[in-house]
Design a protein around this ligand. Structure first.
Ligand code: PGA
Length: 250
């Protein structure tokens, strides 16, 4: 049990096209009621943003977001989606720098910073993902990697604007592997992020979610740590009944 505001974010990745997404959200809405201090964020594929936003329009506790955006508002960028486009589809937030974008599609720290700055400028909430690989963790380089990922962000985003930004700590070795970070591991890195950001003059306490193999069996242990402000969940968010159950546990 916790009294601080919590964010439960569902990252559907490349699952649930428009029809399946609409069915999911309708069922999820039927299974859940708004709860004080709990926000439910959904990141459907871009083509499913509009139906999810539309179906959830009566639920102020539900926010939809894009999984990725380009930093330019329009232009010759085949295959990309712009911030104004996702806004028209109802997005209020967007993931930036998810490890699959970084590691499978070569997204750089600098691109992550550009996307983040563009989202803030447009009035959307960036949910910026950071995290180390297994080799980096085992090589004792977790802190170095996280700080390196944060640096271009700290350069491009003025300190005062960090109040509108959310971070997700997602260790790459925990994503989709069934091997989650322990609550202690996660809490330690969350503190490290807050320290690194605070040292650069960012005021206040930024919200940080944990992601990586979160499920109904480990979510309470993770959220028992006050350093965590919520969870970003892939696999365990794909079934409406299971996800409704998980968000009801806390
Ligand atoms: P997972 O994915 O919950 O399936 O590990 C988390 C994520 O990639 O955001």
């Amino acid at each position: 049990m916790t009294t601080r505001p919590l964010i439960y974010a569902a990252n559907w990745k490349m699952n649930h096209g428009p029809e399946a997404a609409r069915e999911f959200i309708e069922r999820f809405i039927a299974l859940t009621a708004p709860a004080a201090g709990r926000s439910l964020w959904f990141f459907p594929p871009a083509v499913s943003l509009a139906p999810v936003s539309h179906a959830a329009r009566t639920r102020a506790d539900i926010l939809t977001g894009a999984q990725n955006v380009h930093w330019e508002p329009k232009g010759a960028y085949t295959g990309e989606v712009s911030i104004p486009m996702v806004q028209q589809a109802g997005a209020k937030t967007a993931l930036v720098g998810h490890s699959e974008r970084r590691h499978l599609f070569g997204e750089t720290d600098d691109q992550v910073a550009r996307k983040t700055a563009a989202l803030l400028k447009a009035g959307l909430v960036p949910l910026v993902c950071v995290g180390e690989t297994l080799a980096e963790r085992e090589g004792g380089r977790t802190e170095h990697v996280i700080v390196r990922q944060l640096e271009p962000l700290l350069d491009k985003v003025p300190a005062a604007e960090w109040a509108r930004l959310v971070i997700a700590y997602e260790p790459v070795w925990a994503i989709g592997t069934g091997r989650n970070a322990t609550p202690d591991d996660a809490a330690q890195v969350h503190e490290l992020i807050r320290f690194a950001v605070g040292r650069c003059g960012v005021p206040g306490r930024i919200p940080i979610l944990y992601g990586g193999s979160v499920n109904a069996g480990n979510v309470l242990g993770l959220l028992a740590r006050p350093e965590l402000d919520g969870v970003l969940v892939g696999g365990a968010s794909l079934d409406a009944d299971g996800w409704a159950e998980l968000v009801g546990l806390g």
